[in-house]
Design a protein around this ligand. Structure first.
Ligand code: FAD
Length: 541
């Protein structure tokens, strides 16, 4: 299969062949947790299948703050091990996929009214740098009030005591999942989206002896695209379904609590911050302001959530909360709900710790190993996915010592002396075809070394519309795009970060996907209308 995910045309055969043998491992859930487990397992040589009920990364893993981070905030809860592990992991991930992970400096301003003293911040950032093994040149700096204002003139001057500047790493969470899944596929894992697992059947210890050697259970999976149900047998089954984990593992249900996290996106011209800011809101919570490619996103909220995680939405209260937070720290900006050009909401799953506030509950994952052989994993962070995978595989008895997954698909820039050298070459090739550097950069960040193939497929002087369709076709063939939203939201990120481009190109994208899905024109128009009405950016005049 190479480092490619299964296309629409290949699905049927893939399902049929899965039924023919017993697999070492079935992973349920195609967010970062499941993807990481599939990567680690397949790299170890295990015959691995991953099943996702919707699109890959359509759950929490496309709705995060998009930071590969050590979690400075967790120092407050004295979670030193979590900070140490996350901090070190982010360095390793940056090394392995530099096109997808970008270092940024973050300014943490201190105000007289805030609860953090200069001493506490200096100490905290120092501990953070030490635990996360931050390189000398990237370590924290403390700034005076004057220096802080110079660094970020939009900050409120009144009561400003200074700031700390520290290092974070920005990513695209959905693209991270796809990169990890493609790497798993390159090691032979079969990963299928739109494949909900309806039930898990674990064999009892006595029937295991009677069955085929080593088989411990099976899952019943529905193919939502071509129809039909399939029973896939496996030696081990891992339930990595994020906020849905309790649906397939009753034993966890009572322990879980959920919170909603919302991010809002603004045009940079309306919120022209010079750099990323992490500030303490008036209620004591911390909020990020992150500029990125012409837009700025702000988040997150952290409110109790009940109900189906699939139904999580941004509501007016979330918008008001984040706008008020912005006004508490910035001046000279004039923003209201009309200025929100895009937004996303996600659900955190936390393992309840009685007596603790939600914000105090550990973000470390919980792994439940059942006597039947079923393993469930709940909680955790995007950043820790490799370590989480390692712990899951260790828990089910695979010897993982010293085997944390290394190589990443589309990310080997070594023969070009690194990402910068490869980028220069691609810019030159792009210019020869009149593709802008900005566009090539977007492709490079999303597709790594595969940008070369995309450029090769592009005719000279291609219009923006043609460039979008070339990218879409690439994703249809290589990245398991089925529905238009898979491309517009999670492969390209247009909806979140280039909403104008999403608006301009969405109809063409719907027609191309609709053609492959066998939809008639009326259905394409209807689906496009439904999609457009879901987004704030389309509802504007
Ligand atoms: P999910 O991504 O939700 O994946 C679970 C998948 O299982 C879903 O795609 C779902 O469709 C699928 N599924 C469910 N049931 C079935 C079934 N029956 N059959 C098949 N598939 C099924 N972490 C960081 O490191 N950095 C951050 O900046 C950060 N910011 C965050 C901000 C917010 C607002 C939130 C909510 C979380 C944030 N996190 C962050 C945490 C991180 O996003 C999550 O820990 C991570 O994405 C969870 O991944 P997951 O794979 O466990 O869950």
């Amino acid at each position: 299969m190479g480092g490619k995910l299964i296309s629409l045309a290949e699905r049927k055969d893939a399902f049929l062949s899965l039924e023919r043998r017993i697999h070492d491992l079935v992973v349920i859930g195609g967010g970062i947790t499941g993807a990481g487990i599939a990567w680690q397992a397949s790299e170890m040589g295990l015959d691995t299948v991953l099943l996702e009920m919707n699109d890959f990364a359509s759950g929490t893993s496309s709705r995060s703050t998009k930071l590969i981070h050590g979690g400075l905030r967790y120092l407050v809860n004295k979670e030193f091990n979590l900070v140490r592990e996350s901090g070190r992991e982010r360095g390793k991930l940056y090394e392995r996929m530099p096109h997808l992970i970008q270092p940024i400096d973050v300014l943490l301003p201190l105000y007289e009214k805030g609860s953090i003293s200069r001493f506490k911040l200096r100490l905290g950032l120092g501990i953070y740098d030490f635990l996360a093994q931050v390189r000398k040149r990237d370590r924290k700096r403390m700034l005076s009030a004057g220096q802080t204002m110079k660094q970020e003139p939009l900050l409120k001057k009144n009561g400003l005591k200074g700031a700390g500047m520290y290092r974070e790493y920005l990513t695209d969470d959905a693209r991270l999942v796809i990169a990890v899944l493609k790497t798993a596929a390159s090691h032979g894992a079969v990963c299928l989206n739109y494949s909900p697992v309806k039930s898990i059947e674990m064999k009892t210890a006595s029937s295991q002896g009677a069955g085929v050697a080593g088989e411990s259970g099976s899952v019943l999976v529905h193919d939502l695209i071509d129809g039909g149900e399939f029973r896939i047998r496996a030696r081990k089954i891992v339930n990595a379904t994020g906020p849905w984990v309790g649906n397939l593992d009753e034993s966890l249900k009572a322990k879980l609590v959920f919170t909603k996290g919302v991010h809002l996106v603004f045009d940079w011209n309306g919120l022209p911050v010079k750099q990323a800011i992490y500030f303490q809101n008036t209620d004591g919570r911390f909020v990020f302001i992150i500029p990125r490619d012409g837009v700025v996103y702000v988040g997150t909220t952290d409110t109790k959530f009940e109900g189906d995680p699939a139904d999580v939405v941004v509501d007016a209260g979330d918008v008001d909360y984040l706008l008020a937070a912005l006004y508490s720290v910035l001046e000279g900006v004039s923003l209201n709900p009309e200025h929100v050009i895009s937004a996303w909401a996600g659900v955190r799953v936390l393992v309840n710790q009685p007596g603790k506030e939600y914000s105090e509950i550990s973000r470390k994952e919980e792994i439940a190993v059942h006597p039947s052989g079923l393993v469930s994993i709940a909680g955790g962070k995007l950043t820790g996915f490799r370590k989480m995978a390692w712990r899951v595989l260790t828990a089910i008895g695979y010897p993982t010592k010293g085997k944390t997954a290394r190589f990443v698909e589309d990310a080997d820039f070594s023969e070009f002396h690194g990402l910068a050298g490869f980028g220069e070459l691609m810019f030159r090739e792009g210019r020869a075809k009149k593709i802008s550097d900005e566009w090539v950069k977007g492709w490079l960040c999303r597709y790594g070394t595969s940008v070369a193939k995309l450029i090769a497929l592009t005719p000279a002087g291609a219009t923006t519309e043609t460039l979008v369709i070339i990218e879409l076709n690439w994703c249809l063939e290589n990245e398991s795009v089925v529905h238009p939203a898979d491309f517009l939201e999670r492969r390209s990120g247009f909806v979140q970060f280039q909403p104008d481009l999403a608006r301009q190109s969405s109809r063409r994208v719907f027609f191309r996907c609709g053609e492959i899905l066998g939809w008639d024109v009326a259905k394409i128009e209807l689906e496009h209308k439904k999609f457009a009405s879901r987004y704030i950016y389309e509802q504007k005049p």
